[in-house]
Design a protein around this ligand. Sequence first.
Ligand code: ZN
Ligand code: ZN
Length: 354
Amino acid sequence: MQGKMRAAVVLEPGRLEISEVDIPRIGPGEVLIRVRSCGICGTDFSIYTGKYSREYLPLIPGHEFSGEIVEVGEGVENLKPKDHVTADINMSCGMCFYCKRGQKLMCPEFRQLGIHTDGAFAGYVKAPAAQVHKLPSTLSFEVGAFVEPISCAIHAAKAMQVTLGSTVAVIGDGTLGILHTQIAKFQGAAPVILVGKHRERMEKAKILGVDYLVDIATEDPVERVKKLTEGRGADFVIEAVGTPETYELAIAMTRPGGRVAAFGITEADATIRVKPFDFVLGERSMVGSCAGVGNDWPDAIKLLEYGRIEPRPLFSLKVPLEELETALLMGKENRALLKIFVSPDVTKREILSS
Ligand SMILES: [Zn+2]
Ligand SMILES: [Zn+2]
């Protein structure tokens, strides 16, 4: 398809412009998707400020999206125009040591759509057909755009292998932290504890079924988690903030024999202090989780289709593309806000839930 589209382009750190650009041209094995919704994520803010992906600028960000197929490239058989879809954003070479072992996240050529290549804060986005997943018609485009964050949370949940009746503590009351508590709950964890510091978000998590809230600003989170677990610490702890301090807390509140999931992204050169003693004599373990990949995507779609995850209370606003920059800043300043979507279907800001 030829023509122009509107897109949000980060030209240089701190400079985002809505401009007219060419609609992406697809090649064999690719599809063109008309974007219907794209969620704003912390990573988008980091791209905007230049903390992340600076070497890929100018770039159209946006990696949590859904839309309708408008064109399919040569050789694409399983998808057709009007299909509602989302796409696995993780791209790799397919040929290296890691790719051959099904570990594409470690591929030296690893790229993410909307993070390293042009994404979906635009009228259209292109994606490799092999990575596109159809969405059931019962799911809204916002829910469809939320498959990406859910796939990430599922990836971590699979790595953690939470068992029935075990205690799960999540550090971080952002959208993903709350999502982790929901997944832990339906995995059969009991109790589920959320450690955070933003009152409104914590209250929302409580409504969604978190058993205990621990306010990091007013109480010692390690002491409190130990108190809730007969002095042992939690069986599983998910770090979903990404600071050295919260990583140290995560290890400190894990019981002997327990496991920590490293989920929050720190600065690349951040370090933490670890007592090897806790890992050797305490047989604690730590598992890293970077992104939802492969089967995590269809699994996320099924959990949404059958109502195992109800993400809509985490949806705050829907804004037009022109408001992306405002929304990026708003998301940082107003800590009561959770997920904000950019949608071509609205001309002014819409409140999704409060
Ligand atoms: Zn994201
Ligand atoms: Zn590779």
